[in-house]
Design a protein around this ligand. Structure first.
Ligand code: SAM
Length: 224
């Protein structure tokens, strides 16, 4: 955590921070006041998502799991014309997120769509097929872990070649290596890792992380 605090303060300095520290802290404090759980990505992880979006020159970003919009704000900050569609099943979370996104000034290019990820993704697939929506360049999956593979599978079909698909919380203090965890979240995470490994559309790697969000990790996948 000390390394996170030290490095983030230098690499995201007040005078040129986008999103600003005030915007980020506002999103976290209003989420806390509204009773949302403290499970947003860390500042350094949020910054990583922003830089990854810039690396793939993302124009359209999809997120599953908005919570209070903290990671959404990071993703939207990756460029002035970037559009983000974020899916959230909980109405209260979605309302808090919409307010935080408006406070950040991104309300015109961020849509928070209410509904279960699997159902909303079905709609989004239809919209892409009908030519009503462009394909995505980056997808961030951070919702119910049991559906991780369903989300990646759907995302692969509506993403451009070279798109990045990132899945959060894939290490869970190392428990992902245990085939007999009996935990449906771990089983959902193991399924996504194993399925990506055999899927010709995708390539991937797990990056273990440590810091203020404890010992966990991201799965980074690329659409071939
Ligand atoms: N990405 C957020 C961030 O870093 O700021 C954190 C997301 S939080 C870990 C997970 C969110 O996914 C919660 O807000 C939860 O309500 C939502 N969620 C859970 N199941 C879902 C589902 N089936 N469809 C869509 N969202 C879901």
């Amino acid at each position: 955590t000390a390394v996170d605090t030290y490095s983030f303060s230098h690499l995201h300095p007040q005078h040129k921070a986008e999103p600003s520290h005030e915007t980020l802290e506002h999103a976290l404090s209003t989420s806390k006041e509204a009773g949302l759980p403290d499970i947003a990505v860390s500042p350094s992880q949020g910054k990583y998502l922003k830089l990854q979006a810039q690396l793939v020159r993302a124009k359209n970003i999809l997120e599953v799991g908005t919570l209070g919009g903290y990671s959404t704000i990071w993703l939207a900050s990756s460029g002035p014309d970037v559009k983000v569609l974020s899916i959230e099943v909980d109405q209260h979370h979605a309302e808090v997120a919409r307010r935080n996104i408006a406070h950040a000034g991104y309300e015109n290019r961020v849509e928070v769509r209410l509904g279960a990820g699997v159902d909303v993704l079905r709609e989004v697939v239809e919209e892409v097929r009908a030519g009503k929506r462009e394909k995505f360049d980056l997808v961030f999956i951070d919702a119910d872990k049991e559906n991780n593979w369903n989300y990646v599978d759907a995302a692969a079909g509506i993403s451009n070649k070279g798109a990045a698909i990132i899945v959060d919380n894939v290490v869970r203090k190392g428990r992902v290596a245990n085939p007999d965890s009996g935990d449906s979240r771990i089983e959902g995470t193991r399924r996504v890792i194993e399925n990506i490994g055999t899927d010709d559309r995708l390539d991937g790697v797990v990056l273990q992380t440590v810091g203020e969000k404890d010992y966990d990790g991201f799965l980074l996948s690329i659409v071939k």
